[in-house]
Design a binder for this molecule. Structure first.
Ligand code: GP9
Ligand code: MN
Length: 674
């Protein structure tokens, strides 16, 4: 044993004394990345990102051993410069945008970011320079090693390849150790790469930046292949569509009206029909459905880009991309959008949100979608009440009123998108802060066994459950919407304005939550058994169909009214509003709901929904929603159609086909002019 310890001691001594430069590089790089987290996300003690940073640096460092010792300094020093620059840039970026730099944005965001802001806000702080110590340390160590003739000594004993391989193995062991600590949520988020803060917190700076580089390159690489066939498919599809403008009773009905769109975060439609102890969860939304047009079978068509996908589909009538997220990976493509078309009619377009502007890359994407201005909380709102992710909806809406008023005074017409925030999963903050007064306990009458008298008993069956918190949170969101509409009215902003409210996606509640909700028996404080005649089964289809969200088009004077039960998707909004407001997107994949006969909602998963059937593409089976059967041909045709729509949408997004077509048309025009 003693011998073994001595051996280890001897080996370590030898290793330490002959790997000084390598170890300085590794330790300074890991320390600098930790320093960055210290100044930004603040989780500097967490083991996961330290391990991840260590693994990356070890692997990069290992390759240094393939170089002769006297030249190794150049290698390690160059990497130290790269890492230091990464830290400094990210530090400055974080101060300004509370997020980390992405390669995909670096090139073009400079043109889009408000230059005025950039100058005011881009002030370097002392801490941004603190990372330079790594360069100094490397240089200092190198000079001393030179003095001590270290490189000559090492040259005699070092077998580069062996050291390189050994170090690589150690690096890979650290990687393995790190991976074993990851959850599937961590991996999913790394893959999607949109929550940049989260990735740096869990994966460290170097893995983040490396992963970001790869996902930023993906959109550049994929358009290199398959362009011709995609462009052909795109051309043929749009040539096959009829150009005729269908007129109906809604055509141009709102020409010249302002639009305020409320992006109602996570509001699912079932809450509108829900009453707890006789009280409506959403009294305001319910009132608006009666006073306006209410689309009761409306579905969001979001993919991994959740909120941002809905904003994209709403504004473009295209579907989310099949790889990555449009707002992150394909935001620089050309799209025909509602703001762009309204601007042709002299509208001023803005969007507002109570969270950070960089979330979902909105500060960049909203500009490229054609919004004139994007307000976000750091700059334009006073953060006087925080719930969950950011400014509370009630405060957000209150503060928005004078801003909208000013806009309405300065511009002839406006289109505004108000992105709500409070009702965001996990819905617990609002409950913990006791900011909503909505009792979700089940109240029922019971005979008191001792007194024999009737009394009201309360079963806290939803207390502390996600669904229970969700209902409370939705009640708050509903109050916020109600308050906003009242305040708009008081400010005289409703006279010539159409309010559009849409749920951006479902609440992502588990099936088991619904099973408990629909099958709870307060008398026994338990869930009904499956063979109970009152048991409500929630299978795959029930669950999917229940994911629908509200869509309401409302005006104060109740100019349009009624319930539309036809199935409808987020991509149908643009053509439907287009018919009402007098604009048209020839690349729209959805239809004006008042002109289409048999509508189909195509989901990014390949599943589709018509009034007759919900079809599960993965399982190749569907559920009939009507009594009459459908033919195999009906299913095949809809399958083909769904695939086509998804491919067209993807082709436009990945290959930037709208821009390319516009450019070609312009060239032809110029050529014709001579
Ligand atoms: C955050 C918000 C939420 O700013 O809009 O986005 P989501 O998580 O729903 O996609
Ligand atoms: Mn959302």
């Amino acid at each position: 044993m003693k011998e073994f310890i001595n051996k280890v001691k001897k080996y370590s001594k030898k290793y330490l004394s002959t790997n000084i430069l390598f170890m300085t590089f590794v330790s300074t790089s890991v320390l600098n990345a930790t320093l960055l987290r210290f100044f930004t996300v603040k989780n500097y003690f967490e083991l996961k990102p330290i391990l991840a940073d260590l693994a990356v640096v070890l692997i990069i460092g290992a390759f240094g051993y393939f170089i002769k010792p006297k030249h190794q300094f150049k290698y390690f020093f160059s990497w130290s410069i790269v890492f230091t620059i990464l830290c400094i840039f990210n530090s400055v970026y974080y101060t300004n945008y509370v997020s980390f730099i992405s390669f995909s944005l670096a090139a073009t965001s400079l043109q889009l970011v408000d230059v005025g802001d950039a100058i005011v806000e881009n002030i370097l702080e002392l801490k941004d320079f603190s990372y330079l110590w790594q360069i100094g340390a490397m240089f200092f160590v190198h000079l001393n090693l030179k003095k001590l003739k270290y490189y000559e000594k090492v040259s005699k004993i070092e077998v580069g390849k062996v050291r390189a391989l050994n170090t690589l193995v150690v690096g890979l062991i650290v990687v393995g150790f790190f991976i074993s600590m990851l959850t599937s949520l961590d991996i999913g988020r790394l893959h999607k790469q949109w929550n940049r803060e989260f990735i740096v917190m869990k994966f460290g700076l170097y893995t983040y930046q490396f992963n970001d580089l790869i996902s930023s390159l993906k959109p550049q690489i994929s358009p290199l292949f398959g362009y011709d066939e995609n462009a052909k498919m795109f051309r043929e599809y749009y040539e096959s569509l009829s150009n005729e403008n269908k007129v109906n009773k809604y055509t141009n009905i709102f020409k010249g009206y302002n639009i305020i769109t409320i992006h109602a975060e996570s509001i699912q439609q079932f809450v509108m029909g829900t009453k707890i102890n006789g009280l409506e969860v959403t009294p305001n939304l319910n009132r608006l459905t009666k006073e306006g047009l209410y689309f009761s079978n409306f579905y969001a068509q979001e993919s991994v880009g959740t909120s941002s996908d809905s904003e994209f589909t709403f504004n473009t009538s295209l579907l989310p991309s099949s790889t990555g997220t449009v707002f992150i990976n394909y935001w620089d493509r050309e799209y025909v959008t509602i703001p762009k078309l309204l601007k042709e009619q002299d509208y001023y377009c803005f969007s507002m949100h109570g969270n950070n502007g960089t979330f979902w890359n909105r500060n960049v994407v909203h500009k490229s979608l054609g919004y004139d201005d994007y307000f976000y909380y750091k700059k334009d709102f006073i953060i006087d009440e925080v719930i969950g992710l950011g400014l509370s909806d009630k405060s957000f809406f209150k503060q928005a009123i004078p801003k909208i008023q000013k806009i309405s005074e300065e511009h002839p017409k406006f289109y505004g998108t108000m992105i709500m925030l409070t009702n965001h999963t996990p819905f617990s903050d609002i409950v913990e802060k006791n900011l909503v007064d909505f009792d979700v306990d089940w109240k029922y009458e019971k005979i008191n066994e001792e007194t024999g008298e009737k009394e009201i008993v309360s079963a806290p069956y939803l207390e502390d459950t996600k669904l229970g918190n969700y209902l409370k949170s939705v009640h708050y969101a509903d109050q916020a919407i109600g308050q906003f509409i009242n305040d708009l009215d008081e400010a005289g902003l409703l006279e010539n304005t159409v309010i559009v409210i849409y749920g951006d996606h479902d609440a992502k509640l588990k099936k088991s939550e619904f099973i408990r909700f629909y099958n709870y028996d307060p008398y026994t404080d338990s869930i009904l058994s499956e063979d109970d005649p009152n048991y409500k089964e929630i299978d795959f289809y029930e669950y999917e169909l229940n994911r629908k969200v509200p869509l309401i088009i409302w005006t104060k004077n109740q100019k349009v009214k009624g319930e539309v039960t036809k199935v409808m998707g987020m991509y149908d909004i643009m053509p439907t509003l287009g018919n009402m407001f007098g604009f048209k997107n020839k690349y729209a994949l959805g239809y004006d709901i008042f002109s289409v006969k048999d509508n189909i909602v195509v989901f990014p998963s390949g599943n589709w929904l018509t009034d007759k059937m919900y079809y599960n593409f993965q399982k190749e089976e569907g559920k009939l929603l009507v009594d009459e059967p459908v033919s195999i041909d009906y299913i095949t045709k809809n399958n083909e159609y769904s695939e086509k729509i998804l491919s067209i949408s993807n082709a436009i997004i990945v290959y930037d086909l709208i821009r390319k077509t516009n450019e070609t048309n312009q060239l032809i025009q110029e050529y014709k002019k001579g």
